[in-house]
Design a protein around this ligand. Structure first.
Ligand SMILES: [Fe+2]
Length: 231
């Protein structure tokens, strides 16, 4: 028995040695690979890995209400002024978009289907405007307003009741929001033009005003009390 045992021990030792050598080689390869990744890591000395870096916190890089210096031929004061006007319109437009969706969902009555679809179409157009206005703020070096709780602090459009209103009241509420935005947009467009900010002027005129006027027309026609069958 001891002889048998002794005959197996060298084989086991050999296998163990082979395994250890293999492990050592694998370890060396891993170390070399790690070293290569470390060498390829950026200047911060971070090790490259496929594990996402979760739960990160950082400093605020730019305060709301400030503009960075961008080489677009507009002064700091002009870009600051336009950014403020655009952010106000951005906040109001985000509220108008939300009102359109709310009324799209809460629509009722004989004209439900038509108004349900129309209000969603207008909501989609307002959503496109939101992106255009926000990106104009960024183009000017500013910080676009984004969080809905921040939007609620800035907007001038009154908050509707949380429940459902009668259909004509819903439409009137949308028209009033449109007119508030339009009055402000006309003034902002003129001021932007005075300061030479043609891009902001164009956005207000070609997009905010034109779209708002067209949507207001479509809404207002639904408030004309006209007979459907007998004149
Ligand atoms: Fe919908």
């Amino acid at each position: 028995m001891p002889a048998k045992r002794s005959s197996t021990i060298p084989a086991a030792r050999s296998a163990a040695r082979t395994g250890a050598a293999a492990k050592s080689a694998a370890g060396s390869r891993r170390a070399a690979s790690t070293a290569r990744r470390a060498a390829a890591a950026n200047g911060a000395g971070r090790r490259l890995t496929s594990q996402p870096w979760l739960h990160q916190k950082g400093v605020e890089l730019q305060d709301f209400g400030t503009v960075r210096q961008f080489p677009i031929g507009l002064s700091h004061d002009t870009r600051m002024y336009s950014s403020q006007r655009l952010n106000r319109t951005l906040a109001d437009t985000q509220i108008l978009y939300s009102l359109y969706k709310k009324h799209h969902w809460l629509m009722r009555g004989a004209t439900f289907y038509q108004l349900h679809l129309l209000l969603d179409k207008h909501a989609g157009e307002q959503l496109e405007l939101i992106d255009m206005i926000a990106e104009r703020v960024q183009t000017l070096g500013g910080v676009a307003i984004g969080d809905p709780r921040h939007v609620a602090e800035i907007t001038a459009i009154p908050r509707p009741p949380d429940g459902a209103e009668e259909v004509p009241a819903m439409l009137s509420r949308l028209l009033e929001a449109h007119e508030m935005i339009l009055i402000d947009a006309h003034d902002a467009a003129a001021r932007a033009a005075e300061q030479g900010d043609d891009g902001t002027n164009d956005l207000f005129v070609s997009n905010v005003i034109r779209t708002g006027e067209m949507e207001a027309w479509f809404l207002a026609e639904h408030l004309v009390d006209t007979p459907l069958v007998h004149a």
